[in-house]
Design a protein around this ligand. Structure first.
Ligand code: FAD
Length: 373
């Protein structure tokens, strides 16, 4: 049976970043991907925002990988000409309840080491963003937007140039520990199955990552993913010209997301979203009847938007560890020696800020792999 050093399951932005990082040093690395190309799932269904790291509890992996990943990502973009723009973001408050949420968020951001945050009042808001309505805002200068497709294309090209191989249309169907190695069983597009051995397996399978851990024999409630769908609506009628930055509300405690917000893209377009809705199955249809809810969610702070400006756009699904109204859950980035599976590195629950954090997650995986070679 063929034996290779490292297999990465999944060619989303995280799997590609891990491949890029590991192929700098190691040989005989494969990324296997069940789709016909990279980035066909969550990595191409998101807001494409480089987050600054305000939202996550201090010392969490989400806070650390977001803060450090953001710096790595901006450097990477400059070095390899990946289209991006550090346009900055406002989180806005209008009611006294929102204001107190805003102060808490500001403190959280400072605790997380986000150094560029400023609290700004009505006058300055009016100067910088004359068309929005806000009494108080957090200004985050290090937030930006990125062309995720170009990022993934560049990562995959560098992975190949460094000697890595990506195999598309190959799905992992079973995984079993055998001595020092894992036997991986895969199925190709024609339905043919075959086995090979791999010393290290990095499970970066996004929405399937809990099932792959289960295939390997780790059956834990803590690993079970819940699907939290986020829909977007496109804003037409040239309304993108009314704002210069990303505009977010203060997240509501009872909601699972950051709150429906306004995101500019690199093509000059404007979208609202994502919302948050737990679903049982993967499906990307956006229900047009949500238009009113989207409009009502933003009309207070984005008064220039009319309901008629909106039409359904893309959606994405967060691979989330916490269910509705459950407490914060962090990324799982584990080498599973505790389960008798050393060399199986599970990446589970890599929801937002996974795009921002991808290069930092890759370095954490690199440190885990180091002890095997
Ligand atoms: C609505 C939404 C908005 C978001 N906004 C942001 C944002 O603005 N900023 C940010 O930083 N993050 C954001 N995120 C999070 C970010 O998109 C994800 O964290 C990131 O894309 C995860 O990448 P991934 O490579 O782990 O997963 P994926 O992109 O899902 O890739 C996993 C890959 O594994 C493959 N796979 C699965 N099972 C198998 C198998 N058995 N065999 C072979 N291949 C398999 C899949 O086909 C897939 O290609 C958002 C997410 C959502 C849903």
């Amino acid at each position: 049976m063929e034996r290779i050093n490292i297999t990465i399951i999944g060619a989303g932005v995280v799997g590609l970043a891990v491949g890029y990082e590991l192929s700098k040093k190691y040989r005989d690395i494969f990324i296997i991907e069940k789709n016909f190309s990279f980035g066909q799932e969550t990595s191409s269904r998101n807001s494409e925002v480089i987050h600054s790291g305000i939202y996550y509890p201090q010392d969490s992996l989400k806070a650390k990988t977001c803060r450090e990943g953001k710096i790595l990502l901006y450097d990477f973009c400059l070095k390899y000409n990946i289209p991006h723009k550090k346009i900055g973001k406002f989180i806005v408050a209008n009611s006294s309840e929102e204001e107190s949420g805003l102060y808490q968020l500001f403190q959280q951001g400072l605790n997380n080491g986000v150094e560029d945050l400023r609290l700004i009042a009505n006058n300055e808001i009016k100067n910088l963003e004359p068309n929005i309505r806000a009494k108080l805002a957090i200004y985050s200068g290090s937030t930006g937007i990125i062309d995720t497709h170009s990022l993934m294309k560049n990562l995959s090209e560098q992975f190949n140039m460094q000697g890595g191989n990506i195999v598309y249309n190959i799905e992992l169907v079973s995984i079993e520990k055998k001595g020092e190695d894992f036997i991986l069983r895969v199925r190709n597009g024609r339905g043919e199955e075959f086995n090979f051995l791999s010393r290290i397996v990095v499970n970066s399978a996004g929405l399937n990552s809990d099932k792959i851990a289960e295939m390997a024999g780790i059956i834990r409630d803590e690993y079970k993913l819940k699907y939290c769908k986020g829909d977007y609506f496109r804003v037409h009628n040239n309304k993108a010209r009314f704002i210069n930055r990303l505009i977010y509300p203060v997240p509501k405690k009872e909601r699972a997301g950051l709150g429906i917000h306004a995101t500019l893209d690199l093509g000059g377009g404007l979208r609202l979203g994502p919302d948050d809705e737990y679903v049982d199955r993967i499906g990307y249809n956006v229900d047009e009847s949500k238009k009113k809810i989207f409009y009502e969610s933003v009309r207070e702070f984005l008064p220039f938007i009319e309901q008629e400006d909106l039409s359904p756009d893309i959606s994405g699904i967060r691979p989330r560890l916490q269910g509705p109204r459950e407490d914060f859950r962090d990324f799982i980035i584990n080498d599973e020696f505790d389960f008798g599976l050393p060399g199986l590195i599970n990446l589970i629950g890599i929801e937002s800020p996974g795009l921002t954090a991808c290069l930092c997650i890759a370095r954490i995986v690199r440190e885990m792999v180091r002890k095997y070679f």
